[in-house]
Design a protein around this ligand. Structure first.
Ligand SMILES: Cc1cc2nc3c(=O)[nH]c(=O)nc-3n(C[C@H](O)[C@H](O)[C@H](O)COP(=O)(O)OP(=O)(O)OC[C@H]3O[C@@H](n4cnc5c(N)ncnc54)[C@H](O)[C@@H]3O)c2cc1C
Length: 373
């Protein structure tokens, strides 16, 4: 009988599985989907990984297995109020950090995790779900994403709502010649229909586009999409020379009321799903995984069971507060930047200018985004 059974081999379930296996726990993972396969070139499905998450991924042996072409370090993030005059630029130097983070291909990251699991003899059952009723284990970990069936079966309730928005993602090739420094920049425009992020990829001039919008940006024709992209990026990166096929994801805000039950725990998006405007969802999930493994190791030292509700509550107490705060912050940003009120617009522009000019506030914002607070 495995000590820990994990439902869901997404980034968060797998990172926790590797961490737990590395600490000597007997772990088994189930995922209803097939094992990921390495793409030939960069895809539009990327995540911004903050420095704290990168350190965690390094500790569990994953980071150095991701091929270089699927990881792009970025040192600056420029944010523009697309409806006003405000703008702000965050740099790694101002935050006292070696970099702001990394843009990582999601599939390449999952392949690296799968290879690690294989190399370490960690059992992952692909294309299989587990019937949790008849499952023998000390601890059940639900890491099966925002629509977690395991969470429902455990009777752990959630609150949430849909943003009337979806995120359209693709890769875009921009035409402007850029220096080595400029290539390490990410961009974000807050428009009244939602935020548009451009995340640098390793090929010169290529960016992953994440466009959250109440308008349907995935099915408008390609020429109209390119024109809209050029207009929204205000000629900062030159003309758009081409875009890859677009994919779209409906956006929700969701938080579980409780993360734990006797012998069971929620991890990652199964516990909390937030708007991707600040690229924090998976980073919060990695922090969950790191916190849970710390508490399980502490329980073992104390001679307590790893499914003990008191032990699991220590994890819940630490993570729920931070995840709820992140959810509230995303909601605040979303409302602030989608409001068309003139007064809110004035406040927004002044606020951006204030933070931009205040070193302490800026450093704090950078530290939070980097996972250092
Ligand atoms: C457009 C967009 C951009 C984003 N950008 C960023 C970013 O830049 N940075 C960031 O930190 N976050 C970002 N996020 C958030 C991030 O993608 C999620 O937080 C992250 O994917 C959550 O990982 P997870 O492992 O918890 O869940 P998932 O990735 O949803 O994985 C769940 C896994 O469980 C499996 N599963 C589901 N049901 C079952 C079942 N019944 N039995 C077995 N297996 C099951 C699925 O097959 C899947 O493999 C973004 C999200 C979106 C939508």
């Amino acid at each position: 009988m495995p000590e820990v059974v994990i439902i869901g081999a997404g980034f968060i379930g797998m990172s926790f599985a590797l961490a737990a296996h590395g600490q000597g726990f007997d772990v088994e993972v189930y995922d209803k989907a097939a094992a990921p396969v390495l793409p030939e070139t960069e895809t539009s499905q990327v995540i911004a990984v903050n420095p704290s998450s990168a350190e965690f991924l390094e500790e569990i042996g994953v980071w150095n297995r991701i091929p270089d072409r699927f990881v792009t370090r970025y040192d600056q993030m420029s944010v523009f109020d697309g409806q006003g005059t405000g703008s702000i630029a965050f740099t790694a130097e101002e935050g006292g950090l070696p970099c702001l983070g990394y843009i990582v291909d999601q599939v390449a990251l999952r392949v690296a995790m799968t290879e690690c699991a294989l190399g370490q003899g960690l059992k992952v059952n692909w294309t299989k779900t587990a019937d949790i009723d008849g499952l023998e284990r000390d601890l059940l970990v639900a890491a099966d994403g925002a629509h977690s069936a395991t969470r429902e079966k455990l009777g752990l309730k959630k609150m949430g709502y849909s943003y009337d928005q979806s995120a359209t993602v693709c890769v875009a090739q921009f035409g402007q010649e850029s220096s080595e420094e400029e290539r390490k920049q990410a961009y974000q425009w807050f428009r009244e229909t939602g935020p548009l992020a451009l995340l640098p990829l390793s090929d010169r001039g290529k960016f992953a586009v994440v466009w959250s919008s109440s308008e349907d940006m995935a099915s408008i024709d390609e020429t109209a999409f390119i024109s809209a992209l050029e207009a929204s990026t205000e000629d900062k990166l030159g003309p758009v020379l081409g875009v890859s096929p677009r994919h779209s994801f409906p956006l929700i805000q969701q938080q579980a009321w409780r993360y734990v039950a006797e012998g069971a725990v929620l991890l990652g998006d199964a516990a909390h799903a937030i708007h991707p405007l600040a690229g924090q969802g998976a980073n919060l999930g990695f922090a969950d995984a790191s916190c849970l493994i710390t508490e399980l190791c502490a329980a073992r030292l104390e001679g307590r069971g790893i499914g003990d509700l008191g032990v699991l509550k220590r994890y819940e107490q630490q993570r729920k507060r931070e995840n709820h705060l992140a959810g509230l912050a995303m909601e605040g940003f979303h409302r602030l930047f989608t409001s068309d009120s003139g007064l809110v617009g004035l406040f927004r522009s002044r606020g951006l200018r204030l933070v931009n000019e205040n070193k302490t506030l800026k450093r704090l914002a950078i530290s939070v985004a980097a996972g250092r607070v």
